[in-house]
Design a protein around this ligand. Structure first.
Ligand code: XMP
Ligand code: MG
Length: 173
């Protein structure tokens, strides 16, 4: 497919918003320690930029999950790489690149809840609320975006464009 990428959110806008989110988190988690869990691979750029701005004790880990192709609507996801740390009694903050249907996060959230996290919040760079099927909402949201396929800042099209320093919409030629 031939396509171009149209800027949706500039680097400046994204960086500014991430700093705002970091300040909000720093305030809300004051005096506490956060276990930050990033969902690979999309959340990496967002997560690293975000946590550098939070002046609190933070431990990080990563989880890699994928939808079983064809059965996305069932909400069954495959854990490709689990976290190494124990979440029991920890204040967990899940970092995601985008909430679309919400199925991925509702599964991950339930899983970590069962393991006894003390608190569980979701921080997502992007939110496509119009596509939601699972009952899930982000506690910290960078930007609400329209129902378009976006890339950059960790988000990919066929694994490419994760390194773009802005968020762009894939436009078919
Ligand atoms: P659900 O539907 O479970 O899925 O909330 C969230 C995951 O779907 C991917 N996703 C996208 N990836 N551009 C992307 O690069 C998009 O516009 C997009 N929408 C959904 C993403 O991997 C996310 O973690
Ligand atoms: Mg993802």
């Amino acid at each position: 497919m031939e396509y171009t990428i149209k800027t949706l959110l500039t680097r400046k806008e994204v960086e500014k918003r991430i700093k705002e989110l970091a300040k909000e988190l720093e305030k809300d988690y004051q005096g506490r320690e956060i276990l930050v869990i990033g969902l690979l691979k999309g959340s990496v750029m967002f997560m690293t930029d975000l946590i550098k701005e939070i002046n609190l004790p933070i431990v990080i880990d990563f989880m890699s999950v994928s939808s079983y192709s064809g059965t996305t609507s069932t909400g069954v996801i495959n854990v490709l790489k689990d976290i190494d740390v124990d979440v029991k009694d920890k204040e967990v903050l899940i970092i995601e690149d985008i909430i679309d249907t919400g199925l991925t996060l509702s599964y991950v959230k339930k899983m970590l809840q069962k393991r006894g996290a003390k608190s569980l919040k979701i921080c997502t760079l992007l939110d496509k609320p119009s596509r939601r099927t699972a009952e899930i909402k982000g506690d910290y949201i960078g930007f609400k975006i329209p129902d378009e396929f976006v890339v950059g800042y960790g988000l990919d099209y066929d694994q490419y464009h994760r390194n773009l320093p802005y968020i762009g919409i894939i436009v078919k030629k």
